[in-house]
Design a protein around this ligand. Structure first.
Ligand code: URA
Length: 196
C-alpha cells in the first residue's frame, strides 16, 4: 500500500473522505460493487458501531445494516435507548460488498483500513462497539475468538472498544442473544464511566 495514499487519506476532512471512498478502485471489489457504503449517522457521535462489510441490501441501498441483520442491530440499539443516527454512527471495516458475501480478503482490508481509521479520527467516538469476529479481529489486529475478546475493554487508535456478536450470527444462534445483551450492558456501563 502506497504510503502516499495512506498519508493523504489521513489528512482528509469528512467530505473529501466520502468522495474518496465513493470513487475508490484500490481493490477488486470496486469491479463488483453496486456502490460504496461509507456509513450512516451522526459524525459527532459518542457511539461508533463497526460491522464487517456491506451485504446485498446494503450494496443496493448504499447504507450499512439495512437488511435482516440491520433490523436486529436496530433492536439491539433500541434495547439500550439508542437509535441509528442519534449519537450513533454505523460503519463497516470494508466499504464494498464482497461477492456472495464471502469473507473479506487481507488485501481488501489493507486497502480499506485507512478509511475507517480516518472516520474514527474525525468522529472521535467515546466508544466503539465491534460487531462480530471479523470486525473485532481486524480492529484489534488479533486472531483471538469473540469468546475470549468479549467482556474486556480493548483499544483502537486510543478509543475504547467493546466486542460483541454480529447480529447476523445472532439470527442463526438465538441462545447467544443473552451474551450479546450482557455485552450491551457492559458497553452502557463503560459509556457512563467515560462520561462521568
Ligand atoms: N453485515 C455487516 O457486517 N455490515 C453491514 O452493513 C450489513 C451486514
Amino acid at each position: 500500500l502506497g504510503e502516499g495514499r495512506r498519508d493523504s487519506i489521513q489528512r482528509m476532512d469528512w467530505q473529501d473522505l466520502q468522495t474518496c471512498v465513493s470513487a475508490c478502485e484500490a481493490c477488486n471489489l470496486s469491479g463488483t460493487r453496486t456502490q460504496t457504503v461509507f456509513g450512516v449517522g451522526d459524525p459527532h457521535a459518542d457511539w461508533l458501531i463497526v460491522g464487517e462489510a456491506p451485504g446485498a441490501e446494503e450494496d443496493r441501498k448504499g447504507e450499512p445494516f439495512v437488511g435482516q441483520a440491520g433490523k436486529l442491530l436496530d433492536n439491539m440499539l433500541a434495547a439500550i435507548q439508542l437509535k441509528r443516527g442519534d449519537n450513533v454512527y454505523i460503519a463497516n471495516v470494508l466499504k464494498c460488498r464482497p461477492p456472495q458475501n464471502r469473507d473479506p480478503h487481507g488485501e481488501e482490508v489493507l486497502q480499506c483500513d485507512p478509511f475507517l481509521k480516518r472516520q474514527v479520527e474525525l468522529i472521535q467516538p467515546k466508544l466503539i462497539l465491534a460487531l462480530g469476529k471479523f470486525a473485532a479481529q481486524s480492529l484489534l489486529e488479533t486472531d483471538a475468538t469473540i469468546a475470549s475478546l468479549r467482556g474486556k475493554l480493548h483499544r483502537y487508535q486510543g478509543v475504547p472498544v467493546i466486542v460483541t456478536y454480529h447480529p447476523a450470527y445472532l439470527l442463526r444462534n438465538l441462545p447467544d442473544k443473552a451474551k450479546a445483551w450482557q455485552d450491551l450492558c457492559f458497553a452502557v456501563r463503560t459509556m457512563q464511566d467515560l462520561q462521568s
